[in-house]
Every structure is written in C-alpha cells, then in structure tokens.
Design a protein around this ligand. Structure first.
Ligand code: KG4
Ligand code: ZN
Length: 334
C-alpha cells in the first residue's frame, strides 16, 4: 500500500504546526500555534526564544492534530518535517520530534524543504493545477520568481538581491510604528489610503528577473522624515502598491516568455490583499489562470509540509535518520 497518510511538522520560524494530510491533498487536520504574541514585544523573532517555545508546544500540537484527524498513530504512514531553510534551533525541534515519532511508529521519515512546501500549498486546494506555472514565492525570508515545469521540477528565474518582500513590509511597518508582524498591519491600513499618493521607486522593474526592495524601504523612511504630515495610510498604501507592482509586472512577463498557463502565489506575503487583487487582474487580462491559496495556506503551516512530503516520498523514498537541519537549504532545481 502506498504511504498515504502523512503527519507533517513545521517549526522553521515562529509557528509550531502539525497536520495530517491524506494522498497529498486531503487535509484531515491542520493545527498552527503562533508565537507572534511572544515575539511581538521584541519587534521580531528571537531565535532562542522561538526554539524554546517550539519545545514546549510541539507535542501538544501533534496530539491535537491527531485528535482532530480522528486517526490513531498506527494509521500514520510517514512523518514529514521541515529541515530547512529556517532558524537552526527551531528546525532541530521539528526534525528531532519527527524522527523520534518515525522510529517509534516504525514508519518513514521525510525531510522537507520549506520553500518546496510553500509551493505545494496551492496543490492542497487545487490538486489539478496545470503546469507550467509561474509562482511568486514571497515570504519573510525569500522572494523568488519560479517556473514550476512539473511536479518537483523548478527553475528559479529570479530572486531578491537584498531584502525579501516580507522583510520590507516588516521594516516599513516598524518605521510607521505599526508593530510586528508588519505585513498584515500595512495591508489593513492601506485599505484607508491612496495607493497613488506617493510614487515610491519600482526598483529593477524593467531589468531582468531579480528584485530589490531595500530602496523602497529607504524611500519610505526619507519620505516620512521629510513629510511628517502625510497620512500614514497613504504611505502604507503607496508602499504596498510599489511592491505589488514590481512583483506582478515580472510574474506577468515571465508567464508570457515561458508559456505558463497560470500565475500562482505562495508564502506569507501572498496573503496581501492588494497583491492578490493585482495577480487576479493580470491573469484575467492575459488569459491565464490565477491560483491564490487561502490566507491560512499562504503563511507557515504543516499541511503544506505534509503535501510536499507526500510528493517527495513517492519520488525519492524516505530520508535517512542522519538528515540534519539545514538553515540555508535551497530549492532543488534542475
Ligand atoms: O511564509 P511566512 O509565514 O514565513 C516565512 O517563511 O518567512 O511569511 C511571513 C511574512 C512576514 O514578513 C509577514 O509580514 C508577511 O509574511 N505577511 C504579509 C501579510 N501577511 C503576512 N505581508 C503583506 N501582507 C500581508 N497580509
Ligand atoms: Zn514560510
């Protein structure tokens, strides 16, 4: 019998998560315990604090996922955990827990690439997604323009040369005194602002496939310093528009150049309302399909880890129990 019931585990940053997914897309349980409240007072994720919180929370979260799924441990066919990229201490908690459970239950362990997991979030909600697809993987740590040619086959067309898109959202939110995490706060505030109020720079918009977001962050800092009376909702909306504009312009061009059938969003920043709107509009204008995972599937969760684990297990077999955490793991490409 194929390994069908996968317990997924995610602890790469500040979410402790466990999920049970059957057949790569049937989500039976998806439990996420966020550490946002713990880190908010520091204005960002503190790695040592994150590791300790994962240690405290991992087993209760796994137990809850099993309970919600209605399945017994002896019905789990394999355990998949994110082994990179991410914070090394945080990753080790999930990897060690997953290996221990795999050993005790005598089932395969699968080390999952967190970036690949984000890409598989879309397939949980649209298992029949057609490829080739252009995917914008935009999170707190990464900004990548990816051509997904087939299952588990990617080409990284471009990436950020400095800040990740989510990092830019978080830094601008700090400048505007909106707290942590910044992305959702800027998204909310932008609803009351004018996206055309300030023409923030669109770095590298017509120059290759790479991105740069440190300039727009500096432009926001300078604007706020010189124009303290500008409504911050206008600053937020104009910043958000500049980021969405560059991301969507390049994704659209890539789809045209590589003959993609659809545009897809992945990663925490994919939860952004304006980015989602712009991707939908671009897809409609260009006759492409748009795949926008639900907001819960954009941010870190373990259902996407279980889904990617299912595909990897089928293609490559189990990982060795000597597989460690790899904080700088890259997306496997051809
Ligand atoms: O994928 P994720 O949960 O964790 C990483 O793997 O990095 O992404 C977190 C990032 C943070 O930078 C957060 O500010 C951003 O995603 N984010 C958003 C929104 N929701 C989360 N950025 C813009 N708009 C949002 N609605
Ligand atoms: Zn992530």
């Amino acid at each position: 019998m194929p390994a069908d019931v996968i317990l997924g585990i995610e602890t790469s940053c500040d979410e402790t998560a466990a999920a049970v997914v059957v057949g790569g897309s049937d989500v039976r349980a998806n439990v996420v315990s966020s550490q946002i409240d713990i880190h908010a007072k520091y204005g960002g994720v503190v790695p040592e604090v994150a590791s300790r919180a994962h240690v405290d929370t991992i087993m209760p979260v796994v137990e809850e996922a099993l309970e919600v799924s209605g399945l017994r441990p002896d019905e789990i066919d394999a355990v998949a955990a994110t082994h990179g990229p991410g914070l090394v201490g945080a990753l080790l908690v999930g990897v060690s827990a997953a290996k221990a459970m795999a050993l005790v239950w005598d089932v395969p362990f699968i080390g999952v690439n967190h970036l690949e997991a984000h890409l598989y979030a879309s397939f949980l909600e649209e298992p029949d997604l057609e490829m080739p697809l252009v995917i914008l993987l935009v999170s707190g740590g990464h900004t990548m323009l990816i051509l997904m040619e087939d299952h588990l086959r990617y080409r990284v067309l471009g990436a950020t040369v400095d800040d990740a898109a989510g990092e830019a959202f978080d830094k601008v939110a700090r400048v505007l005194d909106l707290g942590y995490p910044g992305g959702p706060a800027i998204d909310r505030l932008s609803g009351d602002g004018d996206p055309a109020a300030i023409a923030f720079p669109r770095a590298m918009a017509n120059d290759g496939w790479n991105f740069s977001f440190s300039g727009v962050k500096t432009a926001v800092v300078n604007h706020v310093r010189k124009n303290p009376d500008t409504p911050i909702a206008d600053v937020a909306a104009s910043f958000q528009e500049a980021v969405a504009d560059v991301l969507v312009t390049k994704a659209r061009k890539a789809a045209r150049e590589y003959g993609a059938t659809g545009l897809c969003l992945a990663g925490g920043v994919a939860a952004n309302s304006r980015l989602r709107e712009r991707v939908s509009e671009a897809a409609a204008a260009d006759g492409l399909r748009a795949f926008l995972p639900s907001r819960a599937m954009c941010t870190d969760n373990a259902a996407m880890v279980a889904a990617a684990g299912w595909w990897r297990l089928a293609a490559d077999g189990p990982s060795g129990l000597d597989l460690g955490a790899d904080p700088s793991l890259r997306l496997p490409t051809d």
